[in-house]
Write a protein that binds this ligand. Structure first.
Ligand SMILES: Cc1ncc(C[n+]2csc(CCOP(=O)(O)OP(=O)(O)O)c2C)c(N)n1
Ligand SMILES: [Mg+2]
Length: 822
């Protein structure tokens, strides 16, 4: 099925010009007096109240950070507090028109946005809904503290609840919105549409796009706003997120009702500084941030610079931009101009800017100016607004008192509950489907051309005489992954898969052949070459409640998705206090033949990161069973697949690969060849190297080797391996990962500790060389070979009679190489 667009050389080679439309800059100049007839009085007052609440909240934190005291309440907060004093109008203006279903994502400086969106959500919800949210969220733990100390209306209590939940979270209290595991830079509260804030600059730039994708694919109401700083414009995830969000296919190839632009606003909270670097005039060259929209799509992302010092200008812009999104014309870029009076953090000496500059912005302080306008327009009197200020001070004082109180607001006691964080690293769910509705498919399963082909294949790879079937005839490892995936696509309507060349191409290495015919674009699509956004959007999609399989074409490209894989995917379940789930299975194909940047096995790097499950199947039976288990779970799984064995048949599971559904549990190694004299534990494709070595050991030296396939790196149940070592007293561990720092060293160290008395010699680890991967023709000198295993056994475990050494596997060689750093 070729692509739909015919690329006509005559048309594409025609001369012309690219034309840009003007990008509006600060076009809204109205004041309260101009708008008084267009707003309810209570709304105009609410704008003031919300800005003043944020100002007082941040002022309180600033005092606590700098003087350890606020209104007579003493407290020491050693953690971070990136304050947004000065930026209140931008936050409140952003939230004013957002519904509860509209989601915001943010940054390290997002307290103001949390409060603004929360206050807007409280305003929009009825008392019953608020009561139900507060009593059910974390079993009402947060609400209990608030309720005791506020006997006011449900809405009043809800405001206390918002302030308290946020502040307790900032102070790392168990009663905070994320049980204190998120803290200042990551606090969030999904029931009010407040999604993760991210301490990695630009981290929300692609995750938020995934949330918008979730809404589009699953037809959920609402838009998504990524509140990110101006300096994040220099970050890869932000660019990748914008490019991904503007893909032509949304408007051209996706079927109704999925067709149309993503409903996302990249709202750059442009306070004109990074930490101290000026984003205009120093660290970037865009002159005006809004200009960048012109580089993304012909609509120029409907980019605009707006005056974030006038809340009415921001409200006006969000109203107009929301309409654009609802008309499916997104994405949108807003350059919301603002300024922070506070330092980057309270310890900031502001050496990078002049006092004159700060004074000039303070002179146009949006809260002071708006207050004057309310009075000038006759909306409120001076004393009425003073009363509001007084009320807010009392409220923040009351909330601060509650949050610093260690009895009412305890911290997690890890000496009494040592497993508290441990138990939150994974959600460990088992969900056949993330939502109950029919899946969108184009074909019945019975008619799928690949499944029909597979019916003719041999599901056990050896014939009656033990001879392997031809590659054409044998059911292959790639078929196992395909069968698991297509099965889940027909069970879980939220499941989507995407990556580079996933559709017509059939996915990397033909794993997805047969899916294009079965699935509409909204469930299987090609992405830009944006590995960061491929994983980052999947994270956003997963945390919103969908199941997703992003694909990384070569393991070597994982580096491009480094932040997403190392910092985002593994952490949000625990950092949310287990509020979020992350049913994301990242398929990573491990290459060979293509040299230094296409052939590395980085499974060890991934296994090092807490919060990820890591599997590496080596047989068709395990590939299907492990993929089924990964897809049934609710945790992030990095699923490694070796290109060298995509076409192997099933050589171990005598009954063949079942046509029906079964799971191979994550974390359970498997004996692939029983033996009694020595154990060989393998990861991934080295299973076959070890089987070859085991054959030679038996034939040439009369040694019986037990070969165990690890199958998973994380989790890992040691029992099977320990039983084997108890029997053999010897173990060799083999994987294609580079030897230095390989995950095998972790396994070896633990086996030494757990089975010390059973071992005749220390475990021996064999990995690839600590080199660049050379050309295919030289690969045998790089990847572990069967004779390396024999040489290592001979040199380091037990001498093999008359053995001729072909490679140097001695301790001396290892020591020599370590000294050289290779
Ligand atoms: C990836 C990354 N690099 C650097 C930092 C350190 N850092 C924290 S905030 C910040 C400046 C961010 O500026 P901007 O995005 O404009 O947001 P603002 O602080 O102005 O709100 C930097 C460099 C970080 N947290 N993450
Ligand atoms: Mg900034």
């Amino acid at each position: 099925m070729p692509e739909k667009l015919f690329i006509d050389p005559r048309k594409t080679r025609t001369p012309g010009f690219i034309k840009f439309d003007p990008i509006p800059v600060n076009q809204y100049r109205k004041s309260v007096a101009d708008e008084v007839s267009n707003f309810l009085k209570e709304d105009l007052l609410r704008i003031y109240r919300d800005m003043a609440i944020i100002r007082e909240f941040e002022t309180m934190l600033n005092k606590i950070k700098t003087t350890n005291e606020y209104n007579g309440i003493a407290y020491n907060h050693p953690g971070p507090a990136h304050l947004s004093i000065g930026q209140e109008a931008a936050a409140v203006g952003m939230a004013f028109h957002l519904d509860v279903d509209d989601l915001i994502f943010g940054s390290h400086r997002s307290h103001g946005e949390i409060l603004a969106k929360g206050l807007s959500a409280i305003h929009r919800q009825n008392e019953d809904d608020l009561f139900s949210i507060m009593t059910s969220y974390m079993d009402g733990v947060t609400y209990k503290v608030v309720k005791k100390n506020n006997k006011g209306s449900m809405k009043d209590q809800a405001v206390d609840f918002l302030l308290y939940g946020t502040l307790a979270e900032i102070f790392a209290k168990k009663t905070g919105f994320n049980k204190g595991l998120g803290g200042s830079m990551h606090a969030f509260f999904p029931p009010f549409g407040i999604y993760p804030n991210n301490a990695i600059v630009g981290g929300s730039g692609d995750i938020a796009v995934g949330a918008a994708l979730y809404k589009k694919v699953n037809q959920k109401p609402g838009i998504v706003v990524a509140n990110i700083g101006d300096a994040s414009m220099g970050c890869g995830p932000v660019w990748e997120g914008m490019v991904f969000s503007a893909m032509d296919q949304f408007k051209s190839l996706w079927d109704e009702p999925f067709r149309g632009g993503l409903k996302i606003i990249f709202n750059f909270m442009n306070n004109q500084y990074g930490m101290g670097g000026q984003t205009r005039g120093e660290t970037m060259g865009y002159d005006m941030l809004a200009r960048v929209g012109a580089g993304i799509n012909p609509e120029m992302m409907h980019a605009e610079r707006i005056d974030g010092y006038n809340p009415l200008a921001v409200i006006d812009a969000f109203k107009r931009k929301k309409e654009i999104l609802e008309a499916k014309q997104g994405p949108v870029l807003l350059d919301t101009l603002t300024y922070r009076f506070s330092g980057h953090s309270p310890s900031d000496a502001s050496s990078y800017r002049s006092k004159d500059e700060v004074d000039a912005w303070m002179a146009v302080d949006s809260i002071v100016r708006y207050k004057e306008q309310l009075i000038e327009a006759g909306v409120a009197g001076k004393t009425e607004l003073q009363d509001v200020d007084q009320y807010i001070k009392e409220m923040i004082t009351r909330i601060t008192g509650l949050a610093v109180n260690d009895e009412l607001s305890p911290r997690m006691d890890l000496s009494k509950e040592p497993d508290a964080i441990e138990s939150m690293m994974f959600s460990s769910g088992s969900e056949t489907s993330m939502e109950d509705r029919p899946p969108g498919v184009l074909l019945s399963l019975e008619d799928n051309p690949r499944l029909l082909q597979l019916k003719k294949k041999e599901r056990f790879g050896l014939d009656a005489k033990g001879k392997p079937f031809s590659k054409m005839k044998a059911y292959q490892l790639r078929d196992g992954i395909f069968e698991a995936l297509i099965d889940r696509f027909y069970k879980d309507p939220t499941l989507i898969a995407y990556g580079e060349e996933n559709r017509e191409w059939g996915g990397a290495f033909a794993v997805y052949r047969g899916l294009t015919e079965a699935l509409p674009y909204n469930r299987l699509f090609n992405t830009p070459i944006s590995e960061g956004a491929i994983v980052g959007t999947a994270i956003g999609y997963g945390m919103c409640g969908g199941r997703v399989v992003p694909e990384i074409m070569y393991c070597d490209f994982l580096g491009r998705a480094g932040d997403e894989v190392f910092n985002q995917l593994p952490k949000w379940q625990a950092m949310s206090g287990n509020i979020l789930k992350m049913p994301v299975v990242v398929r990573v194909s491990v290459g060979s033949k293509y040299g230094a940047q296409h052939s590395q096995d980085w499974s060890s790097l991934v296994a090092h990161i807490p919060g990820l499950k890591v599997v590496f199947p080596a047989t068709p039976y395990d590939a299907k069973g492990l993929m089924n288990a990964a897809l049934q779970g609710t945790d992030p799984v990095v699923f490694f697949e070796s290109q060298r064995i995509y076409d192997v048949g099933e050589l171990f599971h005598k009954e063949g690969v079942p046509e029906g559904y079964y799971e191979v549990p994550l974390g359970e190694p498997d004996i692939k060849r029983p033996g009694s004299d020595i154990t060989i534990l393998t990861v991934g494709a080295t299973l076959y190297t070890a089987i070859e070595a085991a054959g030679q050991l038996e034939q040439e030296y009369g040694l019986s080797a037990e070969v165990i396939d690890a199958r998973s790196l994380v989790p890992f149940n040691y029992d099977l391996v320990l039983n084997s070592v108890r029997k053999t007293g010897k173990i060799v561990l083999v994987s294609d990962a580079s030897d230095r720092g390989s995950f095998l060293k972790e396994l070896a160290a633990n086996i030494t500790s757990l089975a010390f008395d059973d071992l005749d010699a220390p475990p021996v680890v064999i990995g690839s060389r600590n080199w660049i991967v050379p050309a295919h023709e030289l690969e045998d000198e790089y990847f572990p070979q069967a004779h390396w295993i024999l040489d290592a056994i001979h040199e380091r475990i037990v001498p093999l009679k008359n053995h001729a050494i072909l490679s140097d596997q001695s301790d001396d060689k290892m020591k020599h190489n370590a000294a050289l750093g290779v």
